[in-house]
Design a protein around this ligand. Structure first.
Ligand code: NAP
Length: 295
């Protein structure tokens, strides 16, 4: 292996410690710890695991835990009512609606019950609009974590050719926006892209977020490129990503492992977003004209 490894576990741990320090300072300042509310609908086992991990990490960082688990038989109106209550609750700094929702639920309509100021997943129409306009706001956690990992390499993103494989609202699209904000030259590839390898082989920075196990081979990589693997897939032989790690590591300059790459960053960024939301809300009580979720 010639590529250098980007250690997401170590970067995430630093972010978590930083969030915990800010939570402690906030609690000392205001007399009340900030709160993270998680809302889970139905009984998707993977979602239950993810929510449990997020709640545990938040509690460890000093946040108050507000959790609502609604059964799969609850109505969209029930979910909306819970979100509306949390929106009004001053003890709650951030709200996360765990996705995917059971079939038949309007994800966009429900997510938009979360006020932009409490949208710690960065998925509301308002948050995505702020991102598209390059204005301060809460950014989608995984995409923000991808940028943190790139920063870890010391690569200058300005003018770099960045290719993102995947255009989802959750990962690919916001990652592209964040790279554009850093003045990278951004290309987004997707399932209709012709000759993917020809496109990705031009990338100084390659983000693999297609959700296809081991899609990206050595032939997709420009020698020396930084490769961030967002994919997570459980197989009989363990977790794998969208990248064929062993062969890509022979060509790339930097690469993230799976597990231990992007995965831990998502939760770390959630904590960072939640304390950011709490600090911004507090700033508005002191100075009512302060931005709703500024950095
Ligand atoms: P998604 O919503 O399924 O989106 C996948 C994207 O990849 C789509 O834009 C799709 O194109 C594109 N795509 C599919 N097949 C392709 C191909 N053969 N060539 C090029 N592009 C292709 O998935 P997601 O939510 O963005 O997640 C992507 C992966 O990241 C998944 O493995 C997921 O488990 C993982 N993930 C990890 C974390 C983490 O914390 N590490 C967080 C979130 C997601 P179209 O738009 O044309 O369909």
């Amino acid at each position: 292996m010639s590529a250098r490894l980007i250690d997401g576990t170590a970067v995430a741990e630093r972010l978590r410690q930083e969030a915990a320090r800010r939570v402690a300072a906030f609690t000392t300042l205001t007399g009340l710890a900030p709160g993270l509310a998680t809302v889970l609908v139905g009984d998707n086992p993977a979602s239950e695991v993810y929510v449990r991990r997020k709640r545990r990490a938040a509690s460890e960082a000093g946040f108050i835990d507000f959790h609502h688990h609604l059964s799969a038989s609850s109505s969209p109106g029930d979910v909306a009512a819970v979100l509306d209550d949390l929106a009004q609750d001053e003890r709650v700094s951030g709200i996360l609606l765990q996705l995917p929702l059971p079939a038949g639920f309007d994800r966009h309509g429900l997510v938009d019950h979360i006020p932009v100021a409490k949208d710690v997943d960065g998925l509301t129409t308002g948050s995505q609009g702020l991102l598209a306009r390059g204005r301060p706001g809460l950014r989608p956690c995984t995409a923000a974590g991808v940028i943190d990992l790139l920063d870890e390499t010391g690569i200058n993103l300005e003018g770099a050719a960045a290719v993102i494989v995947g255009r989802s609202e959750l990962v690919g699209h916001p990652a592209a926006e964040l790279l554009l904000a850093r003045n990278a030259t951004v290309t987004i590839a997707h399932s209709r892209t012709r000759d993917l390898a020809e496109v990705t082989a031009r990338a100084d920075v390659l983000i693999a977020a297609a959700g296809i196990p081991r899609l990206i081979t050595a032939a997709h990589i420009k020698p020396g490129a930084a490769v961030i693997d967002v994919g997570i897939h459980r197989t009989d032989t363990g977790l794998v990503g969208d990248v064929r790690f062993e062969e890509v590591a022979e060509v790339a300059g930097w690469v993230t492992p799976v597990p231990g790459g992007v995965g831990p960053m998502t939760i770390a960024r959630l904590l960072a977003n939640t304390i950011q939301a709490a600090e911004a809300a507090h700033a508005r009580t002191v100075q009512p004209d302060a931005p709703s979720s500024g950095q």
